[in-house]
Design a protein around this ligand. Structure first.
Ligand code: GDP
Length: 475
């Protein structure tokens, strides 16, 4: 429709707009009615689903005609310096298959170990990037990769801000947690204090009557690593029924990728369903290609990658992003077309996003949003608590909700922005700024509003106004 015509109709409806302005969903629907169009709202996910459907592909289709157990996929999280990296190293070292000893492992973003459990050989896949940044970044893209989180807490230090952040993320994603109480070799280590501290966060150790497994370990000297792996398998068996069909075209997620000088774009993908083989026509995000070769974490060729198996894939046209879903298409042409259409779609989405963002003002105006999600960051815990208390005391009746999805002390991080982006929240910075320019840019790109305050009263006043404005929209 000619933009001038749109503007004219909107004027007729009493909306004073210009041709470059964005309108809300309701206005859009009215506009459709006026002009005799049926309006359908689509999210990027819907759009992608429709794109795939046009190629007769249903990414989520559960073909469980064959359903085989698959290994759990584990992410290690915890506070900085509590031993995440050391733990990943220790696990890798202890479980190198005999013949592989001496072989150099390469960092490809994930690795698989083999564990003897109840007389059976069982595999566990570890995502080799510790921390919750990768975890939330993937979740932000709709990729659920992790089955179990190992939460590392140093017994000589205790529960720290990032410990809590990590467990918030795991709990929000509904992922079961196994707690690794690390550094028990250090003098003054107090493992029972960790158990006690974590009960406050609904992580109650089995020995205290809860259902979370706590294992005392020491990553550096390699103590109890086998017990920890055992606990992962026990938790997987008790809480999850991990199965997949290996007999279908492969589906999964790209975990990381880079441009290799000799080999071109390479990506580590985690197969979630089906089996990936060399020669498959693959598309991951906006990158596509024919799988030229697959390598494992020892650099050895892999002929078949079954569910939960991470492999390095060679033969892509471009480097996919972490969290991009991949699938095997019928042929090269289909793979290319899907990638190209996605690229075009993302360009459009980026444009749209730049125009539409949730801001306190738009929240005031948009009576449709019923929950205001906030992330509070402050310079000291006292101010964060004071702010939270005051906010929760605002009386707004039953129709709107104020939801504090995360709070913490320190600069605003990429993680906060990702969380806000997932839950369409607003970040409140009390005497704090974004950690870096990159974080600021991310917020811009994701359309996440950050509001800064240094006086609690003004923060309360503005948020209260937004909430009340929502109750009584101004016309
Ligand atoms: P990350 O930041 O959580 O990845 O922590 P690192 O794995 O880098 O470990 C931080 C520091 O703690 C390093 O100096 C490690 O050597 C040390 N460390 C990790 N695990 C242990 C442990 O079990 N015992 C002792 N004594 N030191 C450890």
């Amino acid at each position: 429709v000619d933009p001038a015509q749109l503007v004219q109709v909107l004027f007729g409806l009493g909306e004073m707009v210009t041709a470059t302005q964005s309108v809300d969903e309701d206005t859009f629907r009215v506009l459709g009615e006026e002009l005799g169009f049926e309006i359908q709202m689509v999210s990027p996910e819907d759009e992608d689903r429709e794109l795939l459907e046009s190629f007769d592909i249903d990414f989520e289709a559960e073909d469980d005609s064959i359903s085989m157990p698959r290994p759990p996929v584990v992410t290690v999280m915890g506070h900085v310096d509590h031993g995440k990296t050391k733990l990943l190293d220790a696990i890798r070292k202890e479980n190198i298959v005999e013949s592989e000893a001496g072989g150099i492992t390469q960092h490809i973003g994930a690795y698989q170990v083999s564990v003897e459990h109840d007389g059976q050989e069982r595999a566990i896949t570890f995502i080799d990037t510790p921390g919750h940044e990768a975890f939330t970044a993937m979740r932000a893209r709709g990729a659920q990769v992790t089955d179990i989180v190992i939460l590392v807490v140093a017994a000589d230090d205790g529960v720290m801000p990032q410990t809590i952040e990590a467990l918030n993320h795991a709990q929000a994603a509904g992922v079961p947690i196994v707690v690794a109480v690390n550094k028990i070799d250090v003098e003054g280590a107090n493992p029972s204090k960790i158990r006690q501290q974590l009960t406050e966060y609904n992580l109650v150790a089995e020995e205290y009557g809860g259902d979370t497994m706590f294992v005392d370990v020491a990553a550096k000297p390699g103590i109890n690593i086998d017990k920890l792996l055992e606990a992962v398998l026990l938790t997987a068996d008790a809480a999850l029924d991990l199965r997949a069909n290996p007999d279908m075209p492969a589906r999964g997620v790209a975990i990381e990728g880079h441009l290799d000088r000799g080999r071109g774009p390479v990506a580590t993908v985690l197969v979630q369903r089906g089996t990936l083989r060399p020669g498959d026509a693959i598309v991951t995000g906006q990158s596509y290609g024919r799988v030229r070769a697959m390598l494992d974490e020892y650099g050895k060729p892999v002929e078949e990658a079954e569910p939960s198996r991470p492999v390095l894939v060679l033969g892509l046209t471009a480097v996919p992003g972490a969290g991009d879903k991949f699938l095997v298409a019928d042929d090269d042409r289909t793979a290319r077309q899907i990638a190209e259409k996605r690229e075009a779609m993302e360009r459009n989405a980026a444009l749209a996003k730049a125009r539409k963002r949730v801001t306190l003002e738009s929240f005031m105006a948009e009576s449709k949003v019923e929950t205001l999600n906030l992330i509070l960051k402050g310079d000291v815990s006292g101010s964060v608590e004071a702010l939270e208390d005051a906010l929760l005391k605002i009386d707004v009746g039953d129709e709107v909700d104020l939801n504090i999805i995360h709070r913490g002390v320190g600069a605003i991080t990429a993680n906060d922005v990702n969380l806000a982006s997932i839950d369409r929240g607003i970040i409140i910075g009390f005497n704090v700024r974004p950690q870096s320019r990159t974080v600021e840019d991310l917020a811009d790109r994701e359309g996440v509003e950050i509001r800064y305050y240094s006086v609690i009263y003004s923060a309360i006043e503005e948020i209260e106004a937004a909430l009340k404005g929502m109750l009584k929209p101004e016309f």
